[in-house]
Design a protein around this ligand. Sequence first.
Ligand code: GYE
Length: 299
Amino acid sequence: GDAQSDVGGGGDAGSAIRVGYSQLGAESGWRTANTESVKENLTAANGFDLVFVDAQQKQENQIKALRDFIAQDVDVIAFSPVVETGWDDVLQEAKDAGIPVVLVDRTVDTTVSDPYVTHIGSDFAAEGKKAGDWVAENAPDAKIFELQGTLGSGAQVDREEGFDAVVGEQVIGKASGNFTRAEGRTATEAALQAYPDMTMIFTHNDDMGLGAIEAIEAAGKAPGTDIQIVSVDAVRDGLQALVDKKFNYVVECNPAFGDQLAELVKKVANGEDVPKETVVEETTFDQTITQAQVDARPY
Ligand code: GYE
C-alpha cells in the first residue's frame, strides 16, 4: 500500500507501535489459530504497525527476520522460537540495539542475560503431566509410543518431560513428527512396524495425532480402541476425533492469547512494568465432549 495505509483507527503512522513479529511457521491448526489471534489484535485500529514474517519452521529464517527488525529499528520485537537454543548472537544484537524482546508461545535457552522482557504462552510441562495423569488413571498397562513435536522445541522438550515424569516407564518408543500431520503419519507407519505391541500413542499435538489415525486405519486397526490416542492442543479437528472416539483424551493448549499479547506489547513499548511470565489458561477434554461443543469451537 501507500504511505497512508497505516493511518486510521486509533492512531497514525507516527504514533503507532512498530512491532516486528517472527512467527515460526504454519505447521499446525494450533499455529494457524495463533497467527489469526495475533493479527486480529495487533491491528492499526488498536495502535500497532505490525510487520509479520513466517519462518516456515526454519531457524535461519527467524534469525534473518530478527536481524531485519533490528535494522528497521522497530519499537518491539516479538517472536515464537522454533527451537530453544541458537539465539545467543541475535538476542545480544537486539539487546545492544536497545529493542525490547517479547517471547511468544515457545521458550529460549540462552547464555544472554535478561534476553527478553516478558514471555506469554503455555506451561508445556503441566500439559504433559495432565496427559500422563490421565494415562496413569485410565490406562496403567498401556504400551506407549510417544510422537514428539519438533525436536529441541520448548513444546517438545517440556511436554515429554512432564509426561515421562508420570508414566515414562510405559513408553516403549519415541520418534518426532515435527508437529505436522504428514510427518505424524509417516512416523506412526514406521512405529507400527517397529513396536507391534504398542497400545497407545501420546502425541505432542493434534495434527500429528490426526496423521497417526490415518496410519493406524491403513494398517487395519482401530484408533481409539486397538490403539488409544492421547493428544495436546484441542483444535476443532482434534476435538472432532475425540467425539468420533478415535482420540481418547485431549489436553488443551490455548492459542487465542492475542489480546493479552497486545496489552503486553503496549506496556513494553511505553516502558511500563510487565510480569516476566504470563501463563495462558487451559483445560482438558475426554470422550464425554458433545458434538455441539466441538461445533462451537472457534478454531
Ligand atoms: O502445540 C503445536 C504447534 O508451540 C504450543 O506448536 C505450540 C505447539 C502446538 O505446532 O500444534
